[in-house]
Design a protein around this ligand. Structure first.
Ligand code: FAD
Ligand code: NDP
Ligand code: 3IO
Length: 441
């Protein structure tokens, strides 16, 4: 007999990922009376923040740009909340909206079955079946570790920034930090503040901006100016301020791209570095800027200028990638090469056949909050027009009907229990057809 994955029928949207994006969309759906289920591969919510970020991290955008829909940050939080404060906010967010994801559910595959008009999603030996699939696995799903010649010969430790916790572990050591995005810059600063000697690999041009201009957040100011001015004019303003406040960064090995910081972010996806003190340490020589790597040696590296140097440890601050192409079998909406929606913000949230994406705007949590609202609005309209037909369903759909009414009453803490019940019933597959789009013009 062929063994088949147990099927779980999900009578609302299925969300993949319990980070801020997945939680935000679940909360927005909940506030419209639409039940949803989140599948999360790790064993906690916001696992990126809890498990894969360093201890001293602070948000680098002011809190008003990082809050999720329907629940502001506590008033007593500072302008730039710490990682711990952000985590406590996210925990209370999930509590406030009674969101209980199914943990340990790593989605391995998801495909649309046009025959029945449903998405079939495989995770942990189960097959979830849902009308709506919301991708919330994030822009930073997988650490990107480049393969550099000779790397396996290096005998000391190589970490990615997602494994770096604190500078203490490197006291007195010479550390090579590969990459100069916000992670590389901030890890260098943390190393320095903890008595290590960091060198930072800068192989290309980059934009570095002050975090604040005359006490106003640079990000906030940019967003404000963009209401009236074209992006390239805002960029010119930012470059002028950066020049006045930071000086000529090229003197310290940090060349700027020809295109301004916001346009560069939109074109290349590369976030400008918001300086929180690293530049001062580069200027005073505590952090060294070094060129790209030719190859590793057993104790260090040879740089592209031919110079060799030994290091006690290497930290890859080489960024992250989306993992969507590894599990979503779909080619219209998501780009199989980079795992982002092919269309750009504000059109990056809705695909075909009930497929949605949240958190792929390259605009941080601000983008997430906007998309979560739009998605919930869109699904809620379909949800109410579809549930209107339910009383006419009969036979084996009766029990499902009862559940749907319970859920629309907002009892999302029941979701888990009901799914678990559904796991043990094979004969409840009939409602799949009753709920197909053919039944609901
Ligand atoms: C160091 C760092 C600092 C940042 N600081 C800020 C900031 O200050 N402000 C800001 O706006 N943005 C910031 N960002 C951007 C950041 O990506 C967002 O803040 C936020 O975490 C994105 O939320 P998300 O839910 O989209 O992704 P994530 O938080 O990454 O959540 C995605 C979830 O999906 C799960 N998942 C992935 N694949 C699967 C699968 N196949 N099956 C099941 N579950 C899966 C993951 O385990 C994870 O829990 C920062 C990013 C980093 C790396
Ligand atoms: N406090 C906060 O709020 C923080 C926010 N963040 C955010 O998290 C996200 C991820 O940031 P981050 O982790 O810095 O990743 P990024 O993708 O922004 O940066 C990756 C860096 O690695 C470099 N790199 C990649 N491959 C190589 C290689 N083979 N050799 C040398 N250099 C290489 C890139 O250089 P190149 O340009 O040459 O490819 C780039 O400088 C961003 O959105 C960032 O803003 C991160 C840290 C803190
Ligand atoms: O925090 C991040 O990394 C983001 O993606 C949001 C963000 C930070 N700085 C920016 C500058 C321009 C556009 C988005 C961001």
């Amino acid at each position: 007999m062929i063994s088949k994955a147990k099927q779980v029928w999900v009578p609302g949207p299925l969300i993949v990922g319990a980070g801020p994006s997945g939680l935000a969309v679940a909360a927005c759906l909940e506030s419209k009376g639409v039940p949803s289920i989140i599948l999360e591969k790790d064993l906690c919510i916001a696992s990126s923040w809890k498990l894969r970020m360093y201890e001293r991290l602070k948000l680098h955008l002011p809190k008003q740009f990082c809050e999720l829909p329907h629940l502001p940050f506590p008033k007593e939080f500072p302008t730039y909340p710490t990682r711990e404060q952000f985590i406590s906010y996210i925990d209370s967010y999930a509590k406030a909206f009674c969101i209980e994801p199914l943990f340990g559910m790593s989605v391995e595959s998801a495909a649309y079955d046009a025959g029945i008009g449903f998405w079939k999603v495989q995770a942990n030996g189960l097959e979830f079946i849902s009308r709506w699939l919301i991708v919330a696995t994030g822009e930073n799903a997988e650490a990107f570790r480049p393969e550099i010649t000779g790397m396996p010969d290096y005998t000391e430790v190589i970490l990615h920034t997602c494994e770096y916790k604190k500078g203490d572990d490197f006291r007195g050591k010479k550390v090579l930090v590969v990459g100069c995005g916000n992670s590389g810059m901030e890890v260098c600063l943390d190393l320095c503040n903890n008595g290590a000697q960091p060198s930072m690999v800068v192989r290309d041009k980059l934009h570095i901006l002050p975090r604040e201009i005359l006490g106003i957040s640079t990000f906030g100011l940019s967003m404000f100016l963009m209401r009236w001015l074209p992006m390239k004019h805002v960029d010119s303003f930012l470059l002028l301020c950066a020049r006045l406040l930071l000086g000529d960064t090229e003197k310290f090995g940090l060349k700027r791209p020809k295109i301004g910081p916001l346009q560069f972010k939109m074109m290349s996806g590369k976030t400008p570095v918001l300086d929180v003190g690293t530049l001062a340490k580069i200027k005073n020589g505590e952090i060294k800027v070094v060129p790209g790597i030719n190859h590793f040696t057993s104790k260090g590296v040879e740089f592209t200028d031919g110079r060799q140097e030994d290091f006690d440890a290497v930290i890859l601050a080489t960024g992250y990638r989306s993992n969507v192409p590894s599990w979503l079998k779909e080619e219209d909406f998501f780009d199989q090469r980079d795992g982002y929606p092919k269309t750009q913000f504000p059109n990056s949230w809705k695909g075909k056949n009930g497929l949605y994406a949240v958190g792929f705007t390259r605009r941080g949590l601000l983008g997430t909050s906007l998309e979560a609202r739009w998605i919930a609005e869109d699904i809620a309209t379909q949800w109410s027009s579809e549930t209107r037909h339910l009383p006419s369903l009969g036979g084996s759909a009766a029990s499902i009907k009862a559940q749907v009414y319970q859920w629309t009453g907002g009892m999302s803490d029941k979701v888990k229990e009901i799914v678990m019940n559904a796991l043990s019933t094979d004969d409840e597959r009939l409602p799949i057809q009753l709920w197909g789009p053919r039944d609901f013009p």
